[in-house]
Design a binder for this molecule. Sequence first.
Ligand SMILES: [Ca+2]
Length: 498
Amino acid sequence: MFERFNPTLRWLVLLAALAAFSLIRSPQCRAASYYVAKTGSDGGTGTIGSPWLTIAYGLTRVGPGDTLFIRAGAYAESLGPNGIPSGSSWSAPITVTAYPGESVTIRPSAGGYIFKISSTGYLILKGLILDAANVNYALFLVNAAIAKVHHIRLQDSEVKNSLLVGVYVGPDSSFNEFINLKVHHNPVSHGFYINGTNNLIEHCDVHDNGKYGISVYNGYMDSSADYNVVRFNKIHDNSKAEAANGGLGLTSGSGNTAHNNLIWGNAGSGVLVNYRSIGSRIYNNTIFNNSGGVASRFGIYLGTEGGSSGADVRNNIVYQNADGNIVSGGQPNVILTNNLTADPLFVNPGAADFRLLSGSPAIDRGVTLLAYALDFEGTPRPLGAAFDLGAYEHPAGAPPPESGPSTNGESRAPQRFLSPGLQDGVNDNAVFGTGAIAVTIFDAAGRQVFSNSRSAGDPRLSWNCRDASGRLVDSGVYIARIRKADNGVVLQTFAVVK
Ligand SMILES: [Ca+2]
């Protein structure tokens, strides 16, 4: 087809392609670093040798792809909503981070919040101590009238001492991520209060908050808090100020999911599923000794208020909760199987070690839930014959690792190190053995990045280090869960260097 174009048209097509390419590339290419320090000046240039003084000023000077490093110290600033910039995608976000190895505390002396963010997206806040001792909220995400707040990622940070809520996600604020946080000692209200949809809370330690550790609830009758995911968290010793709350509330939304969490020692209930909760999914959690307070101290409570229905509760350990382990108030259309309420033989529950001892009745008693196959520690399930119950998969019965080059009947790939960026034909792909019938790849944080399976007659399975959308993955460690023709499972670890 190209040869039929006249020369002028061909040049125009080429120029258009170049222009499109430069537009796509420009945000990533910028990727500048700027600095804020207590010794700085907002009249400076923002370099490491001439840092700015305030985070607020720094935020007005960065664009997509840029990183604003905050040097050590305590900053008495209340930030936003004006002057908080947006990135353009997760590939070109704006990153605000503590300088590596330095401790940065943001503690305003007054105001409503530490960060109030509206009409902003693709912003990463990282490595910060958000001390809200003098304000109502550490992080407050709420939509402006027209634009919406979305894709805010708070990670590797601490949130404490809020006068109301630690992390508040307003109605219709969506696709925000809260990763590896300590959210604690917010004494009056919730640690997290999630009013929006499609938000993620993972690898957080949520404890000693006044009401729920995590409350998924939208009180606005014209909208809901849907499809939020709460996974791999510790949620304990919450509901200090209002004993009828609990550890986790999944309420007023559809399809909210809690899986592979440890939930213990809260006053009130471990998990409360009620108040317009539709089809909540509760899988592979360990819910133990939620016994503080004076009443409503259930492991999991399935209520009927607001038309709640359809909770799906499987593969959980729910043990020694004061007023009952799994209690239904009559919620219709529930799925309630493969949960253990007898002694699961924890390693040391008094020290919050909820791994399983050999001989635990939780081992290999679960149903297969492939979409939720990583345990609390990131171990792909199943080890042994089947999924275990609770948040930890016990190594008993794990198949012995295969080693050496893959030959007929073996399943693993001979490659250990993958260097796809070079595209030199050497170690660009992991090529699995003829014994592999399905392969799922996880990153080190436990996120599934790739999955494929084959039927008889297909060539060998391989992985070209790309995710489901075809992008090369970042450098790092990846784990393959390989299913064999006999339905056994082996694991293999790859180091990817781009
Ligand atoms: Ca197992």
